[in-house]
Design a protein around this ligand. Structure first.
Ligand code: ADP
Ligand code: MG
Length: 441
């Protein structure tokens, strides 16, 4: 006789387990699981992330078998669905660790190899400050910026520096995924206290990609506790993120903690910096790139440094294989598609003026005019900055399109905004919006 629906079986299991585990454990691991309305004959459970699923299966296997249907081979008849699209969740997990992981640093990511320019000077000097006086300058240091702009590089550079100059300090450099995996492993082996002890005796904690803590409530709470324990003892914390704290979907408590110290942005490097990076990286790979060719590439790839590296790798492979010298034609041929996706845009000064005008509520004619009213002059400078950043044209021509300004006016505006954008989050957001509008034209 068929008795219960899968949903009823699950509810019975939950009732039973509630008496079995602590309130916190229940709240963190069992309560977030719901029965999918699509469950008919077999049970479909919806979980907010893969850790909840794994926790359930590895800790309550026996109880689950008592309540839920199993097939002839003894396999539980239950399916899991991730809700809320947790794409970043790793499919393969690291093997359980007995003690916390060691310091894995990329040997290339040092301060020496980090080329600086107006868009990253501020954050680099903050990073150097923290590396020189851990726990005694800015705490925490929060580094944010788009992909491939050097956040991980800076994090490792700080860790290298400290481990070289302050050998006695205990450092942990970990990705947010690493932290979560560590916590899950310790939960499973019932050794969370050991992990807590380890983290709370650190002198320096560096955490990469904190955006992956978003919508992982249980882990966020544990992270926040660790964070507070360290900060209260003046231990240095450095965090990297793809967004500023205020834009992360984290609890107010967590956001407030991250804003306690210094928030610094890594911006997109300007043309000269991109050229210097290209030449530096080429040299590291053992081939030389003339500045003419470096400019040729850097003018056409301006989104992020990782793309520049990708371009160099392609060139190195191509010329290495063919045994030929580089010239613009060969570069165009080898990197053409990389260039196209980036430069074929229809971005023009007129589009920029419209977009910036809309954001700052200023008329295009005023942007092109010569009014020195603060709001108008500032919006004009932002537009000039964007024009130089986004359009591959001589400064003279760009400046002319602003109602006949001179190239030195444009350069001055660009410098001013480049510097301001490094530390002004509001401006960063406005510029991001303008860029997004322009991309969607
Ligand atoms: P993010 O963590 O911000 O996504 P990474 O730190 O991984 O970016 O940087 C991507 C690549 O670009 C790395 O190989 C890094 O060494 C390089 N890179 C980024 N910025 C710079 C810079 N200013 N100077 C030299 N290399 C850089
Ligand atoms: Mg990174």
């Amino acid at each position: 006789m068929l008795t219960k629906t899968p949903k009823q079986s699950w509810e019975e299991f939950v009732d039973c387990i509630q008496d079995f585990c602590s309130a916190t454990e229940f709240h963190n691991w069992i309560a977030p699981i719901t029965v999918s309305p699509e469950s008919t004959e077999s049970l479909i459970l919806e979980v907010p992330n893969i850790f909840v699923q794994e926790y359930l299966l590895s800790n309550y296997d026996k109880q689950l078998r008592n309540f839920l249907p199993i097939d002839a081979k003894g396999k539980l008849l239950v399916e899991f669905r991730l809700v809320k699209g947790e794409k970043s969740t790793p499919k393969v997990k690291a093997p359980p660790q007995k003690t916390a992981p060691h310091l894995f640093l990329n040997p290339q990511y040092t301060f020496d190899s980090f080329i600086e320019g107006p868009a990253n000077q501020f954050v680099k000097s903050a990073a150097l400050g923290v590396a020189a006086r851990p726990g005694r300058s800015y705490n925490p240091l929060f580094i944010h910026g788009g992909v491939g702009l050097g956040k991980t590089h800076l994090l490792h550079a700080i860790a290298h520096h400290i481990s070289r100059h302050n050998k006695r300090l205990k450092i942990q450099c970990i990705t947010t995924e690493g932290f979560i995996n560590d916590l899950v492993d310790h939960l499973r082996s019932k050794s969370v206290d050991k992990m807590k002890r380890f983290y709370r005796t650190l002198d320096v904690l560096l955490v990469d990609d904190i955006q992956f803590l978003q919508s992982r409530l249980n882990f966020e709470e544990e992270f926040c506790n660790t964070f507070e324990a360290l900060i209260n003892q003046n231990k240095q914390i450095i965090i990297a993120s793809d967004k500023p704290p205020g834009q992360l979907k984290l609890s107010e408590r967590m956001v407030a903690r991250m804003e306690w110290g210094l928030v610094a942005n890594v911006g997109v490097p300007d043309l000269e910096t991109r050229v210097a990076i290209l030449q530096h990286k080429a040299e590291q790979r053992g081939f030389s790139l003339s500045s003419q060719l470096a400019f040729f590439i850097a003018e056409r790839i301006f989104n992020n440094v990782r793309q520049l590296e990708g371009a160099l790798n392609r060139l190195a492979a191509y010329t290495g294989m063919m045994g030929i010298d580089l010239n613009e034609e060969i570069i165009e041929h080898t990197l053409g598609e990389l260039f196209q996706t980036i430069t074929h845009g229809r971005i023009s000064v007129d589009n920029i003026l419209k977009s910036v005008g809309a954001i700052y509520d200023v008329r295009v004619s005023d942007l092109k005019g010569s009014s020195r009213i603060k709001g108008i002059a500032f919006a004009r400078q932002v537009a000039m900055y964007l024009a130089k950043e986004l359009i591959n044209e001589s400064l003279i021509k760009l400046a002319a399109a602003f109602g006949g300004k001179t190239h030195s006016t444009l350069l001055h505006a660009w410098k001013k905004i480049s510097q301001q954008v490094a530390s002004d989050e509001r401006l960063q957001r406005q510029i991001q919006i303008a860029k997004r509008n322009l991309e969607s034209i």
